[in-house]
Design a protein around this ligand. Structure first.
Ligand SMILES: Cc1cc2nc3c(=O)[nH]c(=O)nc-3n(C[C@H](O)[C@H](O)[C@H](O)COP(=O)(O)O)c2cc1C
Length: 330
């Protein structure tokens, strides 16, 4: 199915699962969608690794039939390689191609990729143009407030994106040099919204459904990206939507519900990644699912000793049988 446009999708539901490397893989997206997320991003995917047929990277383009609409995020610094990677993503079933111009990691930026593109607006422009010409699905860009004060800006990237026919711009309201620290600057998102006509997605510190409402109100942005707020909390999407449409927020999930979803996530992750890697990947997710529950610290410690899926499952089912009875926090 071809989606008519990102604005139509956002007008139905403005709450979007943000791209997160090491997190927003197919199992995570499946859980998020089952719990009410309607629009999601993949992890960032290397253009080079895709083109050279790296098996782990190719697997990142696994797109299930019920995993739509989906934006596949690519990173790279060479327009020709980015257009080749975008074609592969489109063939795999991407509904949107997003270009990463915000990743702060030195391993990425020292190659001129991610946030470094804010310092090379000419290359940023060429990449958007090349990708736009290579695919028929809409192209979007995700960037940051800037590289550092006075160096590179979201407004500049947004205006280039708009001129080159991008369909939306996402802005994380932090400088590259801040990484994930400090408070996200929502004014920077509002300034971009006031400077372009294409839809703007805001990102940064949307950690509670109420933050969705506040960000929409304070910035007039068209959609809100949820990143860390969704870790161990796929309920976020349905709760935010209910807050926007009904003005109420459902009760938080019970310990039993949390553990049941963690168990389901574990099974999906093992199916996708295999037993060994799946268990390793799930350690962090399970930690997030049980955060704040009674004896969570003890369970987390134990989890790090376990390597077999059946042992993790047993730990969780034993915990499940006691969790709803426990009330004291540890
Ligand atoms: C673990 C993690 C991985 C991330 N990976 C990506 C990524 O691959 N691409 C990207 O554009 N942003 C990435 N981000 C940034 C998020 O999409 C988002 O812009 C940022 O976390 C701010 O939102 P938050 O404060 O709601 O977490 C990542 C963030 C986290 C926490």
């Amino acid at each position: 199915m071809r989606y008519s446009g990102i604005d139509t999708i956002l007008s139905r539901d403005p709450v979007v699962l943000a791209p997160m490397a090491g997190i927003t893989d197919p199992p995570f997206r499946k859980i998020a969608r089952e719990m009410g997320c309607s629009f999601a991003f993949t992890e960032m995917i290397s253009d080079n690794a895709l083109i050279f047929g790296n098996a782990r990277t190719a697997k990142m383009l696994t797109i299930d039939d019920d995993d739509h609409p989906l934006s596949v995020q690519l990173f790279g610094s060479d327009p020709r390689r980015m257009e080749a990677a975008a074609r592969l993503a489109e063939e795999a079933g991407a509904d949107f191609i997003d270009i990463n111009m915000g990743c702060p990691t030195p391993k990425i930026t020292r190659n001129g990729e991610g946030a470094a593109l804010m310092l090379s607006p000419g290359t940023a422009r060429e990449i958007i143009r090349a990708v736009r010409n290579a695919v028929s699905v809409p192209v979007t860009v995700k960037t940051r407030k800037g590289w550092a004060p006075g160096q590179g800006s979201a407004a500049e990237i947004a205006s280039i994106a708009e001129e080159e026919g991008a369909s939306a711009i996402a802005v994380h309201g932090r400088y590259r040099e801040q990484y994930y620290s400090g408070k996200a600057d929502w004014d920077a998102i509002r300034e971009v919204k006031n400077s372009v006509r294409i839809p703007v997605l805001g990102s940064g510190d949307v950690l509670d459904p109420r933050d969705v409402k506040s960000m929409l109100a304070q910035t007039s942005c068209d959609g809100v990206l949820v990143a860390r707020g969704a870790l161990g909390n796929p309920w976020f999407f349905a709760h935010a939507r209910e807050l926007l449409t009904e003005g109420t927020i459902p009760d938080p999930p019970s310990p039993g519900e949390r553990i049941a979803v963690a168990l389901k996530h574990l099974r999906l992750q093992i199916e996708y990644s295999g037993e060994h890697l799946g268990v390793l990947q799930m350690r962090k997710h399970i930690g997030w699912y049980i955060k704040g529950l009674p004896h969570a610290a003890r369970v987390r410690l134990k989890l790090h000793e376990l390597e077999r899926p059946e042992d993790v499952e047993r730990l969780l089912t034993d915990y499940l049988s006691e969790a709803d009875r426990l009330s004291a926090d540890d």
